[in-house]
Design a protein around this ligand. Structure first.
Ligand code: GAL
Length: 714
């Protein structure tokens, strides 16, 4: 059977493929295999006198790969056309001789000042048309032909010099595209947006039709009249369809820059895999990464923890999507932090055990590479107070001891051939879609409080709490093999999406459609005849309005449901059900009566073909979703797994099965292992000595504890 990665049918791209075949960077070990361990390394930001110490300590920590040169353009091309590669030659050689592979950056993320001086026209413009000054990083327009020429020429230079270097095993193209230059409103961007619209719509009439420009006299007569959604006044409302297309265009413009850089390298050095680090976490959606994932040889991601009680769950949820974008092939954690970052309003540090626990959790979710930003903590500059593998205080530190311990644990997992194994799928898929995330941000919706990604996270956590971990998958993925598919505020549903869902249910699948799903199509147009028009046949419901609640003086702020749950934001006013649909839960109580929702359907179920479609017509917080999953929706959950306070994942490789158990709670949790040899135990204590055939061995999984077992598959 062809692995989905190498099967073009499984493209996740917006245009349907083809997907690049999977290629993974080899280590400098005898067989090239093992867990990759290391981080960003910026030797050019330090005197050369510390390099030997760096390599000695990297070796002590078990580091086997580093990413070099990410922000080094100014040190590589000192003046236009004047290159200095000598220092890079020396450090790559030093690292390589110590068995440390180099993931070499194209160094194009941050351009030197001489370039901006000579060509200020490469600087992006903000929404007000104000030029973004150089001095930070990524101060360039993705659509500038001038900047592209300079960047591609550096890519070629590096590929020519290091393409054959045995210590360079992968290309790290640019860095976190869009972190600082996601939106550009310059004239270059405007012209590129016009061409993008032409490719997407073909004719100007089709643009007018899609964007509904008859409203407020927004008609455009030629592509040249199309503008990016620049600042139109503080309270002005932007055409949401135009805004959504600008988001799509911005993702595409940066992707186009990436593929140009990748192709420039690849034309000279076709043998080494290329990647670029995505930024997938549930608080941001910079790019349409499902679309991007077709373009990399292996998926890599940067993940920074969310402080507070959601820390681990958020990590698992983000990683689940990364693993889906990798089509279950191993993926590369390109960056995370050993402790605090320095760019949040409150930069909490990691507590005992969290450094190792987080790293192992990424492995449990399919990562074969664990890397940090960065190796040596900066002494100056904007990231001085960002944690690193080697802290300011030096090697005699808890962080460095943890880094060394992690190195040993990863080595153990690599030796046991965890690397190369693939994460087993759940039976439940929760859909994430970049279009819906962007569309939910429009200020023109019934409420400005929608967040598709946060709703995905809430459902993900609710499934964890109910003991059935789910997968997060992109809408464009092939989710037909799942038993249950959940759509939390998937606002945008095209007719093709609706058809896929209908087919899936008719064939025996179950869908759970959340409030605010299927309200508009891919052009941001509402279907007529009752909400949610894109899905109303499937759900067997017809709604006329949305009841939005919040802090309105004198009005109830919540609406209760007959199953004890509460809604605090949105109730779809479902006035009629088809003959096949039935009401499971209604709105009830004084608040519902006040809003004239009393007795109205809040949660419905509809039989379609061999399957069933549920509609959850209102927002609910996590405990209420858990109650729903354990109550009205309990037939969908198989149960019988481990304690829900433990995250259990399985990776399968060759004839072995690796089970990961991670404590999600702050207290010690009892873990019973019926089978498998223990490969790794971190923060675990055995309980008692006896072992019984039915309940197996007992352990106490302490706070931040992790156990990994291996079983041979018969
Ligand atoms: C990433 C970036 C790194 C570093 C890190 C700090 O966004 O790629 O260069 O800035 O954040 O957390």
């Amino acid at each position: 059977m062809t692995h989905p990665y190498n099967n073009p049918v499984h493209s996740l791209g917006r245009d349907g493929g083809p997907r690049r075949p999977f290629r993974w960077p080899a280590l400098l070990t005898a067989d090239g295999r093992g867990m990759t361990y290391g981080g960003d390394y910026n030797p050019d930001q330090w005197p050369e006198s510390v390099w030997d110490e760096d390599v000695r300590l990297m070796t002590e920590a078990g580091v086997n790969t580093v990413s070099v040169g990410i922000f080094s353009w100014a040190k590589l091309e000192i003046r236009e056309g004047e290159f200095d590669f000598a220092w890079l030659d020396r450090i790559i050689d030093k690292l390589g001789r110590a068995g440390i592979a180099v993931d070499l950056a194209t160094a194009t993320a941050s351009a030197p000042m001489w370039l901006y001086e000579k060509h200020p026209e490469v600087l992006p413009k903000d929404i007000d048309g104000v030029v973004i000054n150089p001095g930070s990083r990524q101060s360039w327009r993705a659509t500038s032909p001038i900047f592209r020429d300079y960047a591609l020429s550096l890519c070629r230079r590096l590929a020519q010099r290091y393409g054959d270097n045995p210590y360079v095993t992968a290309w790290h193209v640019n860095n976190e595209y869009g972190w600082n230059n996601r939106f550009d409103y310059s004239d270059d961007a405007m012209r590129a947006f016009q061409r993008w619209c032409e490719r997407r719509y073909g004719t100007i009439d089709a643009v007018n039709d899609a964007w509904g420009t008859a409203f407020w006299s927004q008609q455009v007569r030629a592509f040249e009249e199309i503008r990016p959604p620049r600042h139109m006044g503080d309270d002005a409302m932007v055409n949401p369809a135009q805004q959504l297309d600008f988001e799509r265009f911005s993702s595409d413009a940066l992707k186009d820059f990436f593929t140009a850089e990748r192709d420039a390298v690849e034309a000279i050095c076709p043998d080494k895999p290329c990647t670029t680090n995505f930024m997938i976490s549930t608080d941001q959606c910079a790019m349409d990464y499902a679309d991007w994932s077709d373009e990399v040889d292996f998926v890599s991601n940067d993940h920074y923890f969310t402080p507070g009680e959601s820390h681990l769950d958020e990590l698992l949820c983000s990683d689940s999507l990364v693993d889906a974008l990798s089509l279950r092939k191993p993926w590369y954690l390109m960056e995370h932090s050993t402790s605090a970052v320095q760019w949040k309003p409150v930069n909490t540090r990691k507590r005992s055990g969290e450094l190792v626990r987080d790293a192992l959790a990424h492995v449990a979710m399919g990562a074969d590479a664990v890397n940090f930003f960065q190796w040596r903590q900066s002494r100056s500059g904007a990231e001085t107070f960002h944690s690193a593998m080697l802290p300011h205080a030096g090697e005699d530190t808890q962080v460095f001891r943890d880094v060394c311990e992690l190195g040993k644990l990863l080595r153990k997992l690599g030796d046991a051939k965890v690397s190369g194994s693939e994460l087993q799928e759940s039976r439940v898929a929760i859909v994430f879609d970049a279009d819906s995330e962007w569309a939910c941000e429009s200020r023109t919706l019934p409420t400005t409080k929608l967040s598709h990604w946060h709703d995905v996270r809430t459902w993900y956590r609710a499934f964890l709490d109910s003991g059935t971990p789910a997968d997060v998958v992109p809408l464009r993925a092939d989710w037909s093999g799942y038993a249950v598919v959940v759509l939390p505020s998937v606002l945008v549903c095209s007719p093709a999406d609706s058809k896929r869902l209908e087919r899936f249910v008719a064939d025996g699948g179950t869908v759970i459609v959340g409030f605010a799903s299927g309200v508009v199509d891919e052009r941001y147009q509402v279907g007529l005849g009752g909400y949610p028009a894109q899905l109303s046949d499937l759900l067997g419901i017809r709604a006329e309005e949305f009841n939005i609640v919040g802090t309105v003086p004198g009005e109830p702020e919540t609406v209760r449901l007959s199953n004890g749950a509460s809604s605090r934001l949105w109730q779809t006013v479902v006035r009629s059900l088809s003959a096949s649909a039935k009401t499971l839960v209604t709105y009830e109580g004084a608040e519902a009566a006040e809003w004239e929702l009393d007795g109205m359907a809040a949660i419905t179920s509809n039989r379609v073909g061999k399957g069933r479609a549920y509609y959850i017509g209102c927002d609910m917080d996590r405990p209420d979703i858990v109650r729903l999953l354990r109550g009205e929706l309990s037939p969908l959950l198989p149960g019988g797994g481990v304690d829900s306070r433990i995250m259990h994942t399985t990776r399968i490789g060759g004839d072995a099965r690796f089970d990961f158990y991670i404590n999600r709670s702050r207290d010690a949790v009892d873990l019973r292992l019926a089978r498998g040899e223990i490969l790794l135990d971190y923060r675990v204590e055995p309980v008692g000595t006896e072992e019984s055939a039915d309940s197996g061995r007992r352990y106490s999984l302490l706070r931040n504890g992790v156990v990994v077992t291996r079983c041979v598959i018969e």
